[in-house]
Design a protein around this ligand. Structure first.
Ligand SMILES: *Cc1c(COP(=O)(O)O)cnc(C)c1O
Length: 372
């Protein structure tokens, strides 16, 4: 099965992991700090603070930003649930903003949603395509809001030669198995703000500071959300290959773009000239007349060996959210959910695989458009 996204682990990754397993530190050794320094350098920011997942990183970021009961956060419904879950955990209310046809938050609709309770804007770079951060940052500045960017898809993406991770107050990345690079499970918050970095470090590690000799002091409430040495060593090894992974995914994506250019039955995600994308996903957006056939198309693609997936059911449509916040409807987000299929585009594929994927997608969708 060719997967919409998957990890690529090679011998050098295995070697560094084995080396850590044979070393004296499995936790709280030098590898975590090393990985953090590598990450910060790659993205071009001052601080990277790692966590055992991006979900933990989101939880920490919202907490140290002071998000609390009755605060509101403007965010996108087209994301993995964790983006909203972690501020609902903090007692805050998600205000979902509609999206554009590329799956990213519609920045022109943000300002109308701001109230005296709004504390932050939380955009997600869908599929790796950077959100319009310039506009989002200027709205935030004008209204005294924080920008916390969930860039779980977008490690290595950028705008005008600057990397995603250097634009927002805090940016979250995920190193879950199928994200742009992996530590098996893992995540990080990147920031240029020293106070945030220190608060994040306390939050992930019991709120304890070391004093002298055996004496330490717990000065804040904290958790244990730390990354292991094994994970961090894998992360540093993977990070060396990130650009090669991205080049490979872009090579496949460009090939798809050409194959699909004149095909009228679906659209693809357009990336602007000034933008680069990690291509975490390659979404196709079916025309409305194919919506009734989407289930059949999805099943047939799977049957032909394409590990497709749909990203995402709008978060507010999950039963937890419906029960807690009631009926919500956003036209474009729901249209996007009805239309989207993520097709295989990952760094383990060769161009023959890519050709097979393109041929199969074109043939099946043509066939079902006729059946309609
Ligand atoms: C994967 C993902 C997360 C959660 O990441 P984990 O590392 O699995 O906790 C959060 N937000 C988005 C947009 C994601 O894609």
């Amino acid at each position: 099965m060719l997967s919409y996204s998957t990890q690529l682990i090679s011998q050098d990754d295995i070697d560094v992991v084995v080396e850590v397993l044979k070393s004296s530190f499995l936790a709280q050794g030098p590898r975590v700090a090393e990985f953090e320094s590598n990450l910060a350098q790659y993205v071009g920011v001052n601080y990277a603070v790692t966590f055992n997942s991006a979900t933990s990183a989101l939880q920490a970021a919202y907490n140290i930003a002071g998000i609390q009961e009755n605060d509101e956060i403007i965010t996108t419904p087209i994301s993995f649930v964790a983006t909203s879950n972690m501020f609902v955990c903090a007692g805050a209310k998600p205000i979902w903003c509609d999206v554009k046809s590329d799956g990213n938050i519609d920045e022109t609709k943000i300002e109308a949603l701001i109230t005296p309770n709004t504390k932050a804007i939380v955009p997600v770079d869908f599929a790796g395509k950077p959100v319009d951060i310039q506009v989002i940052n200027s709205i935030a500045k004008k209204n005294n809001l924080l920008v916390i960017q969930d860039a779980s898809h977008a490690l290595g993406s950028g705008i005008n030669n600057e990397k995603v991770g250097s634009f927002a107050d805090m940016t979250i990345f995920s190193f879950h198995a199928i994200k742009p690079i992996t530590t098996s499970e893992g995540g990080a918050v990147l920031t240029n703000n020293k106070e945030y970095a220190e608060a994040l470090q306390l939050f992930r590690s019991h709120g304890i500071v070391k004093k002298e000799l055996w004496n330490s002091d717990m000065i804040e409430m904290g958790y244990n959300l730390r990354m292991t040495e094994v994970a961090a060593a894998l992360g540093s090894s993977q990070l060396k290959k990130l650009d090669a992974f991205i080049d490979k995914r872009n090579e496949i994506a460009h090939y798809f773009d050409v194959r699909f250019k004149d095909f009228a039955l679906f659209k693809t995600q357009k990336v602007e000239d000034k933008q680069t994308t990690s291509r975490h996903l390659y979404p196709i957006i079916l025309n409305a007349k194919l919506h009734s056939q989407k289930e059949a198309i999805f099943l047939e693609l799977q049957k032909q060996g394409l590990g497709v997936q749909v990203h995402y059911k709008p978060i507010y449509q999950n039963s937890f959210y419906q029960e807690k916040f009631g009926y919500i409807s956003l036209t474009q987000a729901e249209e996007f959910y009805r239309s989207e299929i993520s097709i295989p585009c990952n760094q383990t594929m060769d161009m023959k695989d890519a050709q097979y994927v393109a041929d199969t997608v074109l043939a099946i969708i043509t066939q079902y458009s006729k059946a309609h």
